[in-house]
Design a protein around this ligand. Structure first.
Ligand code: FES
Length: 106
């Protein structure tokens, strides 16, 4: 299945992933600039902050418990569509999801 990352400067990077993979890991493994994932997905860093594209927010779903506390520490502006990408696992209904990346993670 596919994820399309759109960086703050407009760079578009399509990535192929398997089900169960987190969006953070897909970005890191494919050298997508704009996602760091410092804590490896254990919800301790907020360097995997992303914005879910408006067309995909319903499919992706709301923040998990604890995400908004951590997003308070995010380097870039937090919006309604903000999520920690390590907490979004790929599943069939997310095939083709579009993820926007913040300007900075640090
Ligand atoms: Fe650290 Fe997501 S990778 S919170």
């Amino acid at each position: 299945m596919k994820i399309t990352f759109i960086a703050a400067d407009g760079t578009v990077t399509p990535v192929e992933v398997t089900a169960g993979e987190s969006i953070m890991r897909a970005a890191v493994q494919n050298d997508v600039d704009g996602v760091i994932g410092e804590c490896g997905g254990s919800m301790m860093c907020a360097t995997c902050h992303c914005y879910v594209d408006d067309a995909w927010t319903d499919a992706v779903g709301p923040q998990e418990d604890g995400e908004s506390d951590l997003l308070d520490c995010a380097a870039s502006e937090v919006r309604a569509s903000s999520r920690l990408s390590c907490q979004i696992k790929m599943r069939p209904e997310l095939d083709g999801v579009v993820i926007h990346l913040p300007e900075s993670q640090l």
